[in-house]
Write a protein that binds this ligand. Sequence first.
Ligand code: ATP
Ligand code: MG
Length: 426
Amino acid sequence: MSKLTAIRGFNDILPTETAKWRAVEHILTQVLDGYGFSQIRLPLVEQTELFARGVGEATDIVEKEMFGVVHGNQNTGKDEGESSFTLRPEGTAGCVRAVVEHNLTRGDTPKLWYLGNMFRYERPQKGRYRQFTQLGVESFGSALPDADAELIAMTAMMWRRLGIDEHVTLQLNTLGEAHERLAYKNALVEYLTAHFDGLDDDSQRRVSTNPLRVLDSKDEQTQAILLGAPKLSDFLGEESRLHFEQVQNYLHTLGIDFEINEKLVRGLDYYNKTVFEWVTDKLGSQATVCGGGRYDGLVGIVKGKAEQSEPAVGFAMGVERLMLLIEAVNPIEAKADCDVFVVASEDVYMNAVLYAHQLRLNNPTLRVKMASATSLKSQMKKADKSGAKYTVIIGQDEVANDTISVKNMHTGEQVTASMNEFNFDK
Ligand code: ATP
Ligand code: MG
């Protein structure tokens, strides 16, 4: 029998790494709390139709990246109706589905976040996996530019708290409203059709499926052709232009630098007006750590009333890429997983277990670790290696006198103290 291993593109996050993940998640959630956002927890699996409709048929995600489509119960082979289910490739569509389903926007303007795994059938490489983690944020109910700016400002605050603000750049663009984009799309298609033979294969295909995506083609010849293409900014109406200007004004006021990138269109169909990405030059071609934008049309699409516009704006951050960036520019120090290590000679090990139990009961945030009841020498070795600040040693003398011996592992100093009186500062 061969050894079983994880599936390609699905990663284990090992104990040395999870401590760093938790530290980062702690900072991210602290910032979210600081802006008054609330957590929502969503299913990992949704109807395939939700993504087809909500993300868009002509997107990379729906065209080729949806992972693990399942039908009902795979053991019995029984089909639960005609539905096809898919592991979520992104969180926005599911979040909007939940908001609509539970009427969360009735009389309220929910500001929501979620943290969890997404699944995409991609070619695995550094910063690109088949199961990965996103922090997603969706803010509903405001059509005003301050809502767009608030999300961008919140991400800027996250970079600052994580100590990576020097290593990310904000790129900003506006896609205007659907009808403005449509007029632009027609002009672009006309131009691209006239230069069709010079375009790369992918771009040729996209001229008919998703022409805006041609703008972010990496092909040099295509990029050269695009230099003469019509510009989206020339198709914007007064309202869109003003909205974009105001977003920029908020960012200026908050001291957040940005670059306007007219080629930034984002992969997903549902955006309108503001779109943005935070990019870094530290991660090779997996350069985007976070991307988002306004999507006033999506709520209506999910509701099945596409003509309805309900304002919303959101972003998603790739946490694996964020961790890689942090590791590259401002690594998090590995920390011990305990504060106090309790060791005991084998004959009084039971007393030590009870002592550790009491210690944990009385100090809920103190991290108390024990090895198993092997020789004292072997326990001491583990205590040494653990990085704990204190080792508590319990032997027959200590039990007889109701005391503990406490060794400060930083100074090497050892004292005897009454069992319930020692103060373990962290
Ligand atoms: P890319 O252009 O890199 O494929 P995307 O436009 O598909 O990104 P989004 O759908 O906007 O990405 O997802 C938001 C973020 O999630 C990305 O900016 C990235 O940080 C992260 N991300 C997307 N796909 C993956 C993946 N397969 N593995 C790891 N992280 C990912
Ligand atoms: Mg992608």
